[in-house]
Ligand binder design. Structure first.
Ligand SMILES: CC(C)(COP(=O)(O)OP(=O)(O)OC[C@H]1O[C@@H](n2cnc3c(N)ncnc32)[C@H](O)[C@@H]1OP(=O)(O)O)[C@@H](O)C(=O)NCCC(=O)NCCS
Length: 137
C-alpha cells in the first residue's frame, strides 16, 4: 500500500531564515516607476521584526537603523525578496542584517538592491528592556 504523507507537514518546520516575498505593484512605486524607498524600508523593517521575534519570542521594537543602502532599483512587476538574519546580540538588543533582492519574473535573474542593519530591543509588559538569548560567540 502507498504511504500517504501530508503535503503540508513541511510548512510547520521552523524556517532557517526569515524571507518576505512580494511582487511590486503600482501603489508601491515612486514617480520614476520603481519601488519607493519608504516601501522598501517598511519591508526591511517588517522582515527584521519577524526575524528578531522568532529569535527572542518577546515583544521587540526597532531602536535604530544603520547603514541602509539602496544600490539598485526594483522595477514594477519584479519579485522583491527581503531576507533577515539576527547576527549580533547585546544584553537586550539584537542586530539584524537585512538584504533586499529583486528577481526578474521571466529570466529569474536576481540582484542585490538594498542592504542594512536594524537594531531591536526586547521588552516586557511594562515596556522595560529584557535580556535576550545570546548568540554563540
Ligand atoms: C526600546 C526602548 C524602550 C529602550 O529604552 P532605552 O531607555 O533606550 O533602554 P536602554 O538604554 O536600557 O537600552 C536598551 C538597549 O538598547 C540599545 N539601544 C538603545 N538605543 C539604541 C540605538 N540608538 N542604537 C543602538 N542600540 C540602542 C542599548 O544599547 C541597549 O542594548 P543592550 O541591552 O543590548 O546593551 C526605547 O528606546 C523606546 O521606546 N524607543 C522607541 C522605539 C520605537 O517606538 N520604535 C518604533 C519606531 S518609531
Amino acid at each position: 500500500m502507498t504511504e500517504v504523507t501530508d503535503p503540508h507537514a513541511a510548512a510547520l518546520d521552523p524556517p532557517p531564515e526569515t524571507r518576505i516575498v512580494e511582487v511590486v505593484f503600482p501603489e508601491q512605486l515612486n514617480h520614476h516607476g520603481t519601488l519607493f524607498g519608504g516601501e522598501a524600508l517598511s519591508m526591511m523593517d517588517r522582515a527584521a521584526f519577524v526575524a528578531v521575534t522568532r529569535y527572542c519570542r518577546s515583544d521587540a521594537v526597532t531602536v535604530a537603523v544603520h547603514e541602509v543602502d539602496f544600490v539598485a532599483p526594483v522595477s514594477h512587476g519584479e519579485i522583491v525578496e527581503v531576507l533577515a538574519r539576527v547576527v549580533e546580540t547585546g544584553r537586550t538588543s539584537m542586530t539584524v542584517v537585512v538584504s533586499m533582492v529583486s528577481e526578474e519574473l521571466r529570466s529569474g535573474k536576481r540582484r542585490l538592491c538594498g542592504k542594512g542593519r536594524f537594531v531591536f530591543v526586547a521588552f516586557d509588559g511594562d515596556g522595560k528592556p529584557v535580556p535576550v538569548p545570546q548568540l554563540p560567540e
